[in-house]
Design a protein around this ligand. Sequence first.
Ligand code: FBP
Length: 258
Amino acid sequence: MKIKFGRIIEKGKSLLLAYDQGLEHGPTDFNDKNVDPSYILKIAKKGKYNGIILQKGIAEKYYNKEAPLILKLNGKTNLIKGDPVSTQLCSVKEAINLGAKAVGYTLYVGSIHEAKMFRDFSKIQKEAHDYKLPVIAWMYPRGKAIKNENSEKILAYAARIGLELGADLIKIKYSGDINSFKWVVKSAGKAKVLVAGGPKLSKRGVLKEAHSAIKSGAISMAVGRNVWQYKEPLKMTKALKEIIFNNKKIESALKILK
Ligand code: FBP
């Protein structure tokens, strides 16, 4: 089957901007500027991102083709504790009508609700592929059964599940070192791996993560807070791109942020 990646993958790489944290974490992630979705969409456009990740409410009210749209089809808040479940909130057809060029879905592997998310994901995967749309799976090990969600073993398992379930791209947390992450990437097989950004790091920390992601064989990052919480998001974008698309070293990219 020929999936249409379009601009989402460029020269074998991809830098995606995530902005679904309003649902996942609430406005505690935001300040006066980045609470406004228009501010993020400007970054996506000026930074020439390969995709902007939004929930449908933001897409309906703000999106105007600033970058290829990746519609997140499920979501949950962080208000409910215990084993997580993320249910479907938007259909593949609604996503297409909003202009989506790919769809995204979070799977909490290891949660007692894993079976429900697997079942729902398998339906949206089929429907999206009927339209040749790429499917991005957020593969997040979570729940009481998961002792260490960043261990190489569990991340490699989660990546492999993404491949088995038919994801085209897998968004996954970084394991912390290149050698262990190489195994995670290898376990994902032909599914391409994107490293998830996470909470705000130092400038060097973000660039190091991008550098390690590329060195491990990932096709890049899907980053949110580390770009739009940074005081100059477009400079951070440029620095990340130097590493991701131009194979620059961390020190050289850091000069952009001086
Ligand atoms: P960040 O780069 O801001 O961490 O965004 C990546 C992301 O996967 C978002 O798409 C999502 O909202 C969030 O992280 C979920 O984070 P978590 O479940 O770890 O709190």
